[in-house]
Design a protein around this ligand. Structure first.
Ligand code: AFP
Length: 332
């Protein structure tokens, strides 16, 4: 059977299931185009001479890489042209990006994104990714302000990520399951390769930055301690550990073979609320994981139910295989 391109898949979904209007199909195609363009920029590596850090920091207080800025510009540039968005917000920009007036057409949606998550891995050639989330722009709002972006994750109409790894993949959900597409670089097209991705319900693999162990809260310490006891401990099984320090790679692994990914709040992060950003990382990835049958929690509540109080808000994140996330949260 012939492989299906990303556009053909979306048109089929539109025809057969009655989901997505024409505008939404075109909007998703623009997301795919932006990800192809970022994939090219990342794959050029040191050949482009843009692997270094800049003098400046982003709103999170992190040193920006040259590629953070380049990929941010690509994502805005490609996605603003057709006029579907009323505004955009990026992890790399302090304030929301205002779409130029001549490009504001239907403006039904808001786009939130992290253009190059895991960018501190880029100069060591480890997988990085782009994460995005699409919200509806509140009715009647032409020039959205921060308050218009502060919608709980449950209202997302679409989210996804592109993974720039040994191959480039685009994984998305529009609330009807999760599908994955692999970029054929010879053709320049994403093809459907992973239909209806499901996170296995059970796992014996956890991902956490163990160097923070002494600063974790008691529930996290106790949970990991029990996992490490292996077959002799209360869990009665041997656990394996992975930590790529690149959330997109971590979540993708979990979608393929299960696992639990955790970036809990710890005593060093207490004032900030956590490490990962609610609107650019936690919400879009939670939508994906839940649509694939997994769970996503802050430990105390479902992440997509959190009412955001700030655009760059950070939260604790525990996501992955359903039974393991339930087990972990029971330690709270
Ligand atoms: P960078 O984009 O600064 O590399 O951060 C990546 C990230 O937000 C997420 O993708 C990782 O899971 C996490 O941070 C890694 O954090 P540690 O370096 O503290 O392990």
């Amino acid at each position: 059977m012939e492989k299906q391109t990303f556009s053909q898949f979306l048109l089929d979904e539109q025809r057969l299931r009655g989901i997505h209007d024409d505008e939404f199909v075109l909007l998703l195609n623009d997301i795919a185009t932006a990800c192809k363009s970022i994939s090219r920029a990342v794959c050029k590596g040191a050949l482009n001479g843009v692997m270094g850090s800049l003098e400046c920091e982003n709103i999170q207080g992190e040193t920006q890489k040259q590629l953070d800025v380049i990929t941010n510009d690509i994502f805005i540039g490609v996605n603003q042209v057709a006029g579907y968005y009323a505004g955009m917000a990026s992890e790399e920009m302090d304030a929301p990006y205002e779409i130029p007036v001549n490009l504001r057409k239907s403006g039904k949606y808001l786009l939130l994104f992290d253009p190059l998550d895991g960018s501190s891995n880029v100069n060591v050639n480890i997988s990085v990714g782009t994460i995005f989330s699409i919200l509806r722009c509140p009715e009647g709002v032409e020039n959205p302000k921060i308050k218009d972006y502060l919608q709980a994750g449950i209202t997302q109409v679409c989210s996804g990520y592109a993974l720039y790894g040994s191959s480039t993949m685009l994984v998305i959900t529009t609330g009807f399951g999760v599908n994955g597409f692999t970029l054929d670089n010879d053709v320049g097209e994403f093809y459907l390769t992973h239909l209806n991705m499901r996170v296995p319900e059970d796992t014996h693999e956890f991902a956490i930055n163990m160097s923070n162990q002494k600063s974790w809260e008691a529930p996290v310490k106790n949970y990991i301690e029990d996992c490490l006891k292996g077959t002799d401990g209360p869990r009665g099984k041997q656990f394996n550990m992975r930590w790529v320090a690149s959330m997109v790679a971590e979540v993708h692994r979990i979608l393929i073979r299960g696992g639990i990914f955790m970036y809990p709040v710890d005593s060093k992060l207490k004032d900030k609320g956590g490490k990962l950003r609610l609107m650019y990382e936690a919400n879009p990835m939670s939508f994906i994981v839940e649509q694939a049958g997994g769970l996503s929690s802050s430990g105390r509540q479902r992440i997509v139910n959190i009412k955001p109080s700030a655009l760059h808000q950070r939260v604790p994140v525990i996501m992955g295989s359903k039974n393991e996330v339930e087990k972990m949260c029971s330690y709270y």
